[in-house]
Design a protein around this ligand. Structure first.
Ligand SMILES: Cc1cc2nc3c(=O)[nH]c(=O)nc-3n(C[C@H](O)[C@H](O)[C@H](O)COP(=O)(O)OP(=O)(O)OC[C@H]3O[C@@H](n4cnc5c(N)ncnc54)[C@H](O)[C@@H]3O)c2cc1C
Ligand code: FES
Length: 379
């Protein structure tokens, strides 16, 4: 009760006097007592006060968060980690927040049966509680709209969360500068549809939005939006005849992503134009073997364009992941889980080939291996 009242005062302070002033006061009064009484602001960690919990759809809740003074800001499409401490163990799970007015952000979480963190968020976390977060990370962000003039956003289920942030970013651009945008979002049943108010708003503001229902018949308007059946190559082409000229931003479960990436490539979308974020870990990956992906690495080169660095490999580098190779050469790249789950290490292939945890042009460095004599990667 007391903590709730103090959290509200801290939140009021953050709104009224600003993060900088709160940070100044807090860092000069960081005592063990203050840390215990008001851990929301008297902390060196990024924390967020849960201000509201909204039931969105079957097994989906949105948590509106008020981050503390350590919030560094984020780019639309990035993700952050929610940390759950259980005894000695800390569980880290990624969520893609959307920005809300007045410095708030929201994470929309689908409950996963038997899942540790999503279950805890759904069943335990209430308004007034404080969450510990990791800093926003990841490269699933919009490219330069002067280069990417035409964009298709494709999402399935809770994969709409980063897509919604990027659509909002596009709509905040002056009209002449924003890309020509289309959105397709797939859910299983009408009751699973989330972000419906956002999608109606995008449509009202001139962005064509198509809803796809994978377990129910499309062909008529649902939620006031044109509705089709499960997204496959034919359906995508019908709804978006110029898909081959578009940059595609894609997010959803692994199975959906693999099928859609294949469909997009069949439709002539260059792998370089497919930008993806996956919410689930890929199946186990293995280093290149004799039959697949094996090249002579002696003298081979991997270029990391986004940091202007290149490394030259040796024959003994066979079997090492791209992240391992970068680390061994002293390059400090963004990295998270190290096992292909969080997507923090993901880069885009600009030239050459990688083997392993690769989706379209996206390469998860921690679980992928070089598969050509020259491999050029970038953000
Ligand atoms: C970039 C990204 C953004 C995401 N955004 C959203 C979102 O906006 N909304 C949403 O509902 N879901 C999102 N997810 C999925 C989310 O992170 C969780 O995987 C999901 O909520 C299930 O977690 P759980 O603890 O309930 O399930 P569990 O079954 O307990 O977790 C699944 C298994 O995957 C592994 N795992 C998952 N994440 C990590 C990690 N970060 N580090 C190490 N291992 C991991 C663990 O081995 C775990 O056992 C996102 C995932 C990623 C990678
Ligand atoms: S996917 Fe998490 S660090 Fe590579």
């Amino acid at each position: 009760m007391l903590e709730r009242a103090l959290n509200s005062v801290a939140s009021w302070g953050l709104d009224r006097v600003g993060r900088g002033s709160v940070d100044y006061v807090v860092s000069n009064t960081m005592t063990e007592f203050n840390r215990r009484v008001l851990p929301f602001v008297w902390t060196y960690d990024l924390k967020a006060l849960v201000e509201q919990v909204i039931d969105e759809a079957t097994d989906v809740k949105t948590f509106v968060l008020r981050p503390n003074q350590h919030w560094p800001g984020m780019k639309a499409g990035q993700h952050l980690e929610v940390l759950l401490k259980e005894g000695d163990q800390v569980h880290h799970r990624c969520y893609s927040p959307s920005a809300k007015p007045h410095g708030r952000l929201a994470i929309t979480v689908k409950r996963k049966a038997g899942g540790v963190v999503s279950q805890w968020l759904h069943s335990t976390v209430r308004a007034g509680q404080v969450l510990t977060l990791g800093k926003p990370r990841g490269h699933f962000t919009l490219g330069d709209p002067r280069v990417q003039r035409k964009v298709l956003m494709l999402a399935a289920g809770s994969g709409i969360t980063p897509i919604a942030s990027m659509v909002a970013q596009c709509l905040s651009m002056p009209e002449g500068e924003r890309p020509d945008l289309k959105v397709m979002a797939q859910f299983r049943l009408p009751g699973d549809v989330i972000f419906r108010a956002d999608m109606l708003d995008w449509a009202a503001r001139g962005v064509p939005v198509t809803l796809a229902l994978s377990r129910s018949q499309g062909g008529q308007a649902t939620e006031g939006l044109p509705t089709v059946d499960r997204l496959d190559a034919a359906q995508i082409l019908r709804e978006c005849p110029d898909v081959a000229q578009r940059h595609v931003y894609l997010c959803g479960p692994d199975g959906f992503m693999r099928k859609v990436v294949q469909a997009l490539m069949e439709l002539g979308v260059p792998a370089r134009h497919i930008h993806s974020e996956r919410f689930e870990m890929a199946a186990a990956v293995h280093p290149p073997g004799d039959e697949v992906g094996m090249v002579d690495l002696d003298g081979a080169e991997v270029v990391f364009e986004h940091i202007n660095a290149a490394i030259t490999l040796k024959a003994s580098d066979q079997g090492k992941t791209l992240l391992q190779l970068a680390n061994e050469h002293g390059l400090h790249l963004e990295q998270g889980c190290g096992k292909g789950a969080c997507g923090t290490c993901k880069l885009t292939v600009h030239e050459g080939q990688a083997h392993g945890n690769v989706l379209g042009s996206s390469v998860y460095l921690c679980t992928s291996f070089p598969a050509s004599r020259t491999l050029v990667l970038g953000a």
